[in-house]
Design a protein around this ligand. Structure first.
Ligand code: SF4
Length: 448
């Protein structure tokens, strides 16, 4: 009997650039590809075509994305482009006319349509099987959970609303289901992301959705309350200092939500904030920070700032340094203003030379170093629960509740060789530097 020739499994290469939101889009595409029986190739040569997930946030990211597309075209020749750069006019097609298709961000169906058109799936029920939690780009023990797409704000330095559109919240039942699946797969830490996490549900007027047959409002408080029941560390990014953030503090005090807030303040001069089209009541913000710390003394506050915004005077920059002195933030990231193509702020008068923007950035970071170090020094001698991210010859590398992956510091456990990635451990903090803590295991280290 003649044997039937089996069709070769179609293989897709995947290159993903950009922020956690882009990574989350990538995970959804990879999950669908695997669910439809495509194999993911680790090399250009082994792939039938390559999907490049791009970033278009700042000029450097645009260049990096265009280079990545060029490399994929050189090495493979058949390339589909998705992500933020795809929403920026015809820059991709103009630079690389040979690409097969271009979509914007958050365009799962369009990407799949393009893949189907250029590389039809092979029908095989066995390769359709994928893990229930989908394909993730993060390690097994933590995962990003995207709760909405787009943004209703119009910050003058930002083009994201133009790229990703207005706020669209995911149905709360769908978000909770995804979180339950991740918990069942062994994820220990869930990191909630969006462009504006506090605004979750605004677009649907906080309508009541359903989770496991129960009515639940589409609102951040209810979402965190429900997620907090799943037993994972729960961390929020991109929460704005609006009154709704105050509601989250009781959940932190109850241990349902990590005592960690990532609040992008961006500046502290009322005039600059107004030009940025962001809330400008700095005194209110400081009052709020004080009240948060009173309610949850262990709260870690992370923020980001922009230096050298058009027209920023030396006095206004110094207002920002004074704000840092008063706010005593734990972690601070800083960008020198970058005139992103298409941003309204580029038309403002008083553009500053790059050296000034960069010099102020360095000055801000140096100024914050002392504050961050002092806040870490206050932890020396304390016992903390940490989550292990990595093991190397010098011990274990973990994070405390105050450290988000990739952007904050780590906890080096000098005697943690026998721990495993994904373990929780109790450690005693022995030392620190500007960003990181050093620790030893406390006796009875294992946390069940
Ligand atoms: S910077 Fe402003 S406009 Fe841009 S995503 Fe954030 S809140 Fe929205």
């Amino acid at each position: 009997m003649a044997s039937r020739k089996k069709a070769r499994i179609p293989r897709v290469g995947f290159v993903s650039l950009g922020c956690p939101k882009a990574a989350s889009d990538a995970e959804q595409i990879l999950t669908r590809l695997r669910a439809e029986g495509y194999e993911i190739s680790g090399s250009y040569a082994g792939a039938d075509l390559v999907v490049v997930n791009t970033c278009g946030f700042i000029d450097a990211a645009v260049e990096e994305s265009l280079d990545a597309i060029g490399e994929a075209l050189d090495e493979n020749g058949r390339v589909i482009v998705t992500g933020c750069l795809g929403a920026k006019g015809t820059i991709v097609q103009d630079t690389h006319p040979a690409v097969l298709a271009v979509t914007g961000p958050h365009a799962l169906q369009e990407v799949m349509d393009a893949v189907h058109a250029h590389l039809p799936p092979r029908h095989d029920p066995f390769v359709d099987l994928v893990p229930a939690q989908g394909i993730r780009l993060t390690p097994d023990h933590f995962a990003y959970l995207k709760i909405s797409e787009g943004c209703n704000h119009r910050c003058s330095f930002c083009i994201i609303p133009g790229l990703r559109g207005p706020l669209v919240s995911r149905p709360i039942g769908e978000v909770l289901k995804e979180a339950e699946t991740l918990a069942a797969a062994g994820v220990k830490e869930l990191i909630v992301i969006s462009q504006d996490t506090g605004a979750y549900g605004v677009d649907v007027r906080y309508r009541t959705g359903f989770a496991g047959g129960r009515p639940v409002r589409t609102r951040l408080y209810e979402l965190c309350r429900e997620l907090g029941e799943l037993g994972m560390w729960l961390r929020l990014h991109y929460v704005y200092p609006y009154p709704s953030a105050d509601d989250l503090l009781p959940l932190m005090a109850e241990g349902k939500l990590l005592p960690y807030l990532d609040v992008p303040f961006q500046h502290a001069s009322p005039r600059i904030l107004k030009l940025m089209k962001r809330p400008g009541d700095v005194d209110k913000v400081l009052e709020r920070v004080t009240a948060w710390r009173k309610a949850v003394p262990d709260l870690t506050i992370r923020s980001t700032f922009i230096t050298g915004f058009p027209g920023e005077t030396e006095t206004e920059f110094n207002e920002l340094l004074d704000f840092l002195d008063i706010a005593q933030l734990d972690r601070v990231g800083c960008f020198a203003y970058s005139p992103v193509e298409g941003a309204a702020a580029n038309a403002l008068p008083g553009a500053l030379p790059e050296e000034v923007r960069e010099e102020r950035k360095l000055r801000l970071l140096r100024h914050q170093e002392d504050i961050s170090t002092q806040r870490l020094e206050a932890k020396i001698g304390r016992t903390l629960t940490v989550l292990v991210d990595d093991i190397d010859e010098e011990g274990a590398i973990a994070r405390s509740q105050g450290d988000a992956p990739d952007i904050d510091g780590v906890v080096y456990i000098v005697d943690g060789h026998e721990l495993e990635v994904g373990d929780f451990a109790e450690v005693t903090i022995t030392d620190c530097d500007v960003h990181d803590l050093y620790a030893e295991l406390t006796p009875m280290r294992a946390v069940p």
